[in-house]
Write a protein that binds this ligand. Structure first.
Ligand code: KG4
Ligand code: ZN
Length: 340
């Protein structure tokens, strides 16, 4: 099946063509217009502005995805579009565009869950056979808006077993960056500073021993604020804070992952979401799982942050395996991954 994916849930305007079967996935094009530069001077995403930029960029982005894939609209079997979760006005731009194209080109329209896209994103790496994912699997989804541990009994049977009670991991990276006067988005900057630092500040590991799979990261941000209160933000001190913060976050994520692996007899771990681009997290998780002989799927960096290839692929599974949610094509800003 050839699917055109369209993604506009936050500040990336994206379109992609993916050819998928149950045993092979080929990304034929992956076109992303990142709005980061436009939002950077405001220190975060301005929803109204994001929607306006989506509407000016969306058609060009789709044209590029189709031409890069060397196909004609006629070759497309279905159009998948993110309907949630995300910013309502941004989602609406992608939905309206997808609806119009589906109508004019007479193609099925597949309303798609953005977080489900992040879960499936490692399958987009070249040469992956989805059949290599053994169940039960655990997906660790860490993005700017969400932090979730998802238990998967198949590609379509998903259940959230833990989530953040306050800030998402990416959000806390962004907030810590702001406290340290580092540019938006903070994740890559904090990570870079952490990597260059040789020493780290000792921060608490929030909720690490709580008897569940939930997380809390807002206290960590407060701990960072307190640590820098009466100190000068020299490059050395900034690096030390970044490294300490990153280590605390990764420790908590790994500890809860480890517990879930034991309790649910997990055979495969999947990492997804923007924070999956974090080197320390990638290396620490790889090391931990190698010792346990559990297979790990991590997306290439291009598929960590928001993209439409993951939406096309999620559309494929929605359409071929779980047809029941195909009718709701209005924005669903709070759509939970296990309520598909
Ligand atoms: O998945 P994503 O592109 O958007 C959402 O769906 O939210 O994730 C964006 C988030 C931002 O908070 C950004 O700071 C974070 O991912 N991020 C990182 C890194 N690269 C992006 N966080 C930590 N380390 C990174 N290398
Ligand atoms: Zn995302």
């Amino acid at each position: 099946m050839i699917i055109l994916g369209i993604e506009t849930s936050c500040d990336e305007t994206a379109a992609s063509v993916v050819k998928a079967t149950d045993s092979s996935i080929e990304v034929q094009s992956n076109s992303v217009y990142s709005q980061i530069k436009e939002h950077q001077r405001f220190g975060g995403v301005v929803p109204e502005m994001a929607a306006r930029i989506h509407s000016t960029k969306i058609m060009g982005t789709i044209d590029l995805a189709i031409s890069d894939a060397h196909i004609q609209p006629n070759d497309i079997d279905a159009i998948a579009v993110t309907v949630g979760p995300g910013l309502a006005t941004s989602l609406l731009v992608g939905i309206q565009t997808a609806q119009t194209l589906a109508h004019v080109w007479k193609k099925p329209l597949i309303p798609t869950n953005h977080m489900y896209g992040h879960v499936l994103s490692p399958l987009l790496n070249e040469g992956i056979n989805p059949n290599d994912v053994k169940f039960p699997a655990l997906a660790i989804i860490v993005s700017g808006g969400h932090t979730e541990l998802v238990l998967m009994n198949s590609f379509t049977d998903l259940k959230i077993i833990g989530q953040t009670r306050d800030d998402a991991v990416g959000e806390s990276f962004d907030k810590v960056a702001k406290l340290l006067n580092l540019p938006y988005p903070g994740g890559p900057e904090v990570s870079k500073q952490a990597q260059e630092s040789t020493s780290s500040f000792d921060f608490p590991r929030p909720m690490i021993h709580s008897n569940d799979y939930d997380f809390s990261f807002s206290g960590l941000k407060t701990a960072v604020r307190n640590a820098i209160k009466n100190n000068q933000l020299t490059p050395e001190f900034t690096g030390m804070i970044c490294k300490g913060f990153e280590e605390a976050v990764v420790d908590v994520l790994l500890f809860k992952t480890q517990r879930a692996i034991k309790e649910f007899n997990i055979k495969t771990v999947i990492l997804g979401g923007g924070v999956a681009a974090n080197n320390h997290l990638r290396v620490a998780l790889t090391t931990q799982l190698k010792e346990k002989n559990i297979s790990l799927f991590i997306p290439d960096k291009a598929f960590c942050t928001d993209n439409a290839a993951m939406i096309a692929l999620a559309g494929y599974y929605h359409y071929t395996h779980k047809k029941d949610s195909l009718t709701q094509i209005e924005p669903r800003p709070n759509w939970k991954i296990d309520n598909r």
